[in-house]
Design a protein around this ligand. Structure first.
Ligand code: HEC
Length: 131
């Protein structure tokens, strides 16, 4: 009898652990408010390749269109628009500008990095619909 009780406890333990593991990603997807800050891995890339122009120390033209130092102050809809624009410009190879691409090719994001950026942009736009 003792043994049965113990295995029953073990079973319910495993079952509830599985239950929690299962519900965790769901909560993360539906959790509101959504986290609209830039993920660290992408932030590092933007800092390396873009911040000289698209940061508070950049030229007026580029920083007024997109300023990564001010990202947290952007409204959610502006973040969504700018992220989509970043994906588009990088996919078409229009950023960084040609002069930079030619003189500093190490600053050009790789295809994998562009894919990760576009995926992030699409999740911002419609949370939970990635893949
Ligand atoms: C040498 C300076 C420079 C660098 C480096 C640079 N940009 Fe730009 N960017 C500009 C300028 C100037 C414009 C505005 C003129 C244009 O669209 O070509 C611009 C425009 C943009 C726009 C359009 C914004 C809008 O709302 O119209 C996006 C998006 C963008 N850049 C993303 C990036 C990203 C992402 C990087 C880094 C991978 C980057 N840029 C690197 C100078 C730069």
């Amino acid at each position: 009898m003792k043994r049965v009780a113990r295995s029953f406890l073990f079973f319910t333990g495993v079952a509830s652990a599985l239950f929690f593991l299962n519900t965790m990603p769901l909560n993360a997807q539906e959790g509101k408010p959504q986290n609209t800050s830039i993920p660290d891995s992408l932030n590092m890339l933007f800092h390396k390749s873009c911040i000289s122009c698209h940061g508070s120390k950049g030229e007026l033209m580029s920083k007024s269109l997109l300023n990564f130092d001010k990202w947290q102050n952007y409204s959610d809809s502006k973040k969504i628009d700018k992220a989509a624009m970043i994906c588009k410009m990088l996919t078409k190879g229009e950023m960084p500008p040609k002069a930079v691409r030619d003189s500093k090719p190490e600053l050009v994001p790789t295809k994998e990095q562009v894919d990760a950026i576009c995926k992030w942009a699409s999740v911002l736009k419609a949370p939970g619909t990635a893949e």
